[in-house]
Structure formats: C-alpha cells, structure tokens
Design a protein around this ligand. Structure first.
Ligand code: ADP
Ligand code: MG
Length: 261
C-alpha cells in the first residue's frame, strides 16, 4: 500500500519549472530514495510535502487523504517529520530542549499549560514522559551524552544526529531526510545507513530519502525515483535505476560539470 502518493505535481518559481508533472508513489514501510543531480527539484518536493510551497498543479495524498490542504503545522500532526539539507536546530536551546520542542504536537494539553507544569501534576507527568521519550531516542542514536550541550558547539555529524532525533521523537509515520550524509565521512555515512535501517524496523517508519551519496542510496533503498530538471526520468529498484541509460547520462553530465568547474 502507498502511504504517500503524488500525481502530476508541478511547482513553478516565476518562469522556472522546479518540479514538472511529478508522479511519486511511496510504499508504506519502505526506504524510498529520491535522487538526481543538483537543481533537479528534490528539496522542492520536500517543501511541498512540508507545505512550505504550493504546487501550481497536481495532487498529493498521505494515508489516502489530501495533504495539500494541510498547513505546515498540521503536517507533523499527520505524522510527517523532516530534516533539512542544512541543519536547522534551535541554537539557543540544549539538545534535550530541541527534542522537547519537537514533541509539542503530542502535548495533549497544548502549550499554555506547559507554563503551569510546576503546579499541575498531570502536566508534570506528561513532561516527564516526553523527557523519557527524548532520552530513549537520544540513546538509540548514540548521542545521549550530549543531551545538555548546545548544538552550535557540537561537531556537524552530531548536529545531524540531533536533527534526526528531533524528527524521530515525534514518532512520525513518514520521515523525510534531505541529504543526511552531507558533510559526513565514510564511517559516519556507513553508521548512518545502518541507523536508518534499524530506525525503520524499530519505529516502523516509512523513509523518503534525498541523498547524493550513491553508495548509501543503493545500499539501503528498496525503491528509487530519479529526477532531472524537475522531471522523473526513472523509477525502480536500485539495480533497475543503476542500469538505466537516462540516469547514467544525467549523472555523467553532472560529473563533467564538476570537472569543468
Ligand atoms: P535539488 O534539491 O534537487 O538540488 P531544488 O529543489 O533545491 O533542487 O531546486 C530545484 C530548482 O528550483 C533549482 O533550479 C532551484 O534554483 C530552484 N528553486 C528552489 N527553490 C526556489 C525558490 N524558493 N525560489 C526560486 N527558485 C527556487
Ligand atoms: Mg536539495
């Protein structure tokens, strides 16, 4: 069953067509790769799903229900969490507090009673539950030792994990990862691959992964969609996609560009 389904999604920025009539179907419980050269439209797709951008055309459903009518703050309540291509954490909050903020949609009494948490036992209990949940996720990701640190002072690879933790702590059904391995070394990337796989199994999450590191994509994705200039140019298993001439051509073009740069 598809948990996420896009049909004919088109996003324009002025005259530029960033996403062009995209169909995308993501199976529940799968690790699905969304790849393509720089500027292909991958992050724009994520921004549509997060409801930051409105497509000019097309439909998107999540668990069979319309997603495009949702507001950005509804998205997390629907069970969709994301990480950003550039880490976006609250620099003035500790790691733990970043995760507490990430859970606020689960807060049964809303935000205001949180201020009364010292006098309301029910809220106090909820706060403790949230803290325990956050700690469990930090432990799962191997970064519990950093819970009181401020993200800005942590190595980039750890910051990435904190962002990952913040997404996970909301117990999403679908997690959108935008280039999680960017800036990581080979060992960190290898660890991340394992982490994504274990996370999917443990939390029963569906993963939509945008990533440039082909070895990571090919090793963990069950299905891959390839975009170029906003269009879908291939869709299939890693083996199918790897042998697709249009895909090889798209990536060769990018290598030439890099060589000429
Ligand atoms: P990718 O993530 O695949 O590298 P993006 O989705 O970021 O690609 O970008 C797709 C195209 O849309 C690029 O040409 C990019 O310059 C353009 N684009 C993305 N966001 C905006 C925006 N907010 N305003 C104008 N152009 C944008
Ligand atoms: Mg991008």
């Amino acid at each position: 069953m598809a948990i996420l389904e896009l049909k004919g999604v088109t996003v324009r920025f002025g005259g530029l067509v960033a996403v062009n009539a995209l169909d995308l179907s993501v199976e529940q419980g799968s690790i699905h790769g969304l790849i393509g050269p720089n500027g292909a439209g991958k992050s724009t797709v994520f921004n549509v799903l997060s409801r930051y951008y409105d497509p000019a055309e097309g439909t998107a459903t999540f668990e069979g229900k319309d997603l495009l009518g949702a507001q950005p703050h509804d998205v997390i309540n629907r069970g969709i969490a994301r990480t950003f291509q550039n880490v976006e954490l609250f620099k003035g909050l500790s790691v733990m507090d970043n995760l507490m903020v990430g859970q606020h949609h689960n807060f049964r009494y809303g935000l205001l009673p949180a201020l009364l948490s010292r006098i309301l036992p029910s809220v106090k209990r909820e706060e403790a539950e949230k803290r325990a949940k956050a700690l469990e996720v930090l432990e799962f990701l191997g970064i519990a030792a950093y819970k009181d640190a401020f993200p800005a002072f942590l190595p980039y690879g750890i910051q990435k994990r904190v962002e990952f933790a913040r997404a996970l702590v909301s117990q999403p059904k679908l997690i959108l990862l935008d280039e999680p391995a960017a800036g990581m070394n080979e060992q960190e990337t290898h660890d991340l691959a394992q982490l994504i796989r274990i996370m999917r199994d443990k939390y029963k999450t569906t993963v939509l992964l945008v990533e440039h590191d082909m070895s990571l994509v090919m090793s963990i994705c069950e299905h891959i969609t390839v975009m170029e200039f906003g269009r879908k140019i291939a869709d299939g298993t890693p083996a199918e996609v790897q042998n697709n001439p249009a895909v090889i051509k798209a990536y060769l073009g990018e290598e030439e560009e890099a060589a000429n740069a």
